[in-house]
Structures are given as structure tokens and as C-alpha cells.
Design a binder for this molecule. Structure first.
Ligand code: C5P
Length: 242
């Protein structure tokens, strides 16, 4: 099989705090966050094309793209992302659609997830290939979940049952045409899915949950960056890093 990779990297990083750097360009374990996020895909012969969605005012990407280009032969393109993550992904898919058939596989992976391991990518692909819709990495919820009474307040309204609840990670893997169609339908309905699976679910599909690794964290705050650094340093001998 072969797949194209879409990497949404056009977020403002508001939750990361005021910084001149977008969070994906923060230094991390000898490279940057996004270079770690891309590394196992660039080392995968099945990955034949990469499209990264970047912000319109992003001046750091060309330098990173040049470094990534030195590490493999896979063409890496960029599109300007949108105001929401789903729009950024859709723009990248539209770019892919000009050269690829609708039944090509696409993996979507957040630029902010630098600890993705090759073994997780392999598990996702193995599970998604025979599945009629596609699949996503996810981990079962381990903590007890509380719902606050009012959004933004801290009084507990109730405890949510955690049975059957999973946290969705990336990468997520779907067919190019089906995913683009699902994101277009969401956009037409003014709905904002927070991952690809949600857009597919709104179309009536039931993507497959594939157990992922809790170390595949999303860097959202500076504390996450320290955690990612520890994970990458510890796994350097056993996991692929740039
Ligand atoms: O904001 P969040 O942490 O959910 O972002 C996940 C990924 O989506 C990040 O890599 C971010 O850069 C990307 N994103 C995007 N376009 C947006 C918002 C987020 O590509 N408008």
C-alpha cells in the first residue's frame, strides 16, 4: 500500500502562551516539534507525498521543509491553512485531490504530536486497510471524568461514566475522497469537527478505534514540551527520532 500524509500546522498555539514561535517550531530533543512529528513518516517508504497546512504568516516553515527534504525523497508541499483545524486539513486534501484518486489512503497527523512511533503507524495501517471506512489511534480514558456545572467554572455538575470512552489521537487514516467529502459537508453545514473521525461520523460512518500509545501526546502547553522531551530522550534508543 501507499499513503499521502496531511499535517495540520496552521494553529495559532494560543494555549501554548504568548510566544514568537508557533509551538510546532519550539526546539525539542535536537530538532523542532514538527520535525519529530514528521520523522517516522519521512522514513516510511509507503509515504509517497506530504502536504503541510501552515499559517499565512509562517516564515519558519521553509527552513524546516529544507531540513526535512534532506532526510528523504518524499515530496513535501505546503498549503495555507484555515481558521479552524478542519479547514486546514480540507485545504491540504484539496491540494492532494488534484493529483490523486479518491480511493488513495490519507493519514492525517497533528504537527503538535512529536512522539508518534513507527509501531503506532504500522498498527493503524494494519487495522485500517481491511476496514471499509478507516481508523484512528486512540487510548481508553483512564481517569474519572467530571463535567463542570457551567463552561469555564469549576463546580462539579456530575461525573461522566468513562466506560467505552476513548481519547482520539492522530494519525487518523481515511480514503481521500470520503474524507474530503465529509469535511466539505461539515463546512457546508457550518459545523467544526475537532478531528477527521468526527466529520466521518457525521456522515454516518463508524471508524475503527486502534489502541495507541499514551506517549503520543499533543504539545499544547510548555509543560507538554518538557514531557515530550523526556519521552523522546528516553525512547531514543528504541524509537525513531530525527
Ligand atoms: O489546536 P489544536 O491543538 O487542536 O491543533 C491541532 C493541530 O491542528 C496543530 O498541529 C495545529 O497547528 C493544527 N491547526 C491547524 N489549523 C488551525 C488550527 C489548528 O492546522 N486553524
Amino acid at each position: 500500500m501507499r499513503y499521502a500524509l496531511v499535517v495540520p500546522a496552521a494553529g495559532s498555539g494560543r494555549r501554548f502562551g504568548a510566544s514568537v514561535l508557533r509551538k510546532q517550531y519550539e526546539p525539542l530533543a535536537g530538532a523542532t516539534v514538527i520535525e519529530h512529528a514528521l520523522a517516522p513518516f519521512l522514513a516510511d517508504a509507503r509515504c509517497h507525498r506530504v502536504v503541510v497546512a501552515i499559517a499565512a504568516d509562517d516564515t519558519a516553515w521553509p527552513h524546516v521543509a529544507a531540513r526535512c527534504g534532506e532526510r528523504g525523497t518524499c515530496p513535501i508541499g505546503a498549503v495555507t491553512g484555515g481558521a479552524e483545524r478542519a479547514e486546514s486539513v480540507l485545504r491540504a486534501l484539496i491540494a492532494l485531490r488534484s493529483g490523486l484518486d479518491d480511493d488513495e489512503w490519507v493519514l492525517v497527523h497533528d504537527a503538535a504530536r512529536p512522539c508518534i512511533a513507527r509501531a503506532e503507524i504500522d498498527a493503524l495501517i494494519a487495522a485500517a486497510l481491511p476496514h471499509p471506512v478507516g481508523a484512528l489511534l486512540a487510548v481508553p480514558v483512564a481517569d474519572t471524568l467530571k463535567r463542570a456545572a457551567v463552561t469555564g467554572t469549576t463546580a462539579v455538575a456530575r461525573t461522566e461514566g468513562r466506560e467505552s470512552l476513548w481519547r482520539a489521537l492522530t494519525p487518523q487514516m481515511f480514503r481521500l475522497g470520503a474524507l474530503a467529502g465529509a469535511l466539505e459537508a461539515a463546512q457546508a453545514a457550518s459545523r467544526q469537527p475537532t478531528d477527521e473521525s468526527q466529520a466521518m461520523e457525521w456522515q454516518g460512518y463508524a471508524p475503527l478505534l486502534v489502541p495507541g500509545d499514551v506517549r503520543n501526546i499533543k504539545v499544547t502547553t510548555p509543560a507538554d514540551l518538557a514531557l515530550a522531551d523526556a519521552i523522546l530522550q528516553r525512547n531514543r534508543t528504541t524509537r525513531q527520532t530525527p
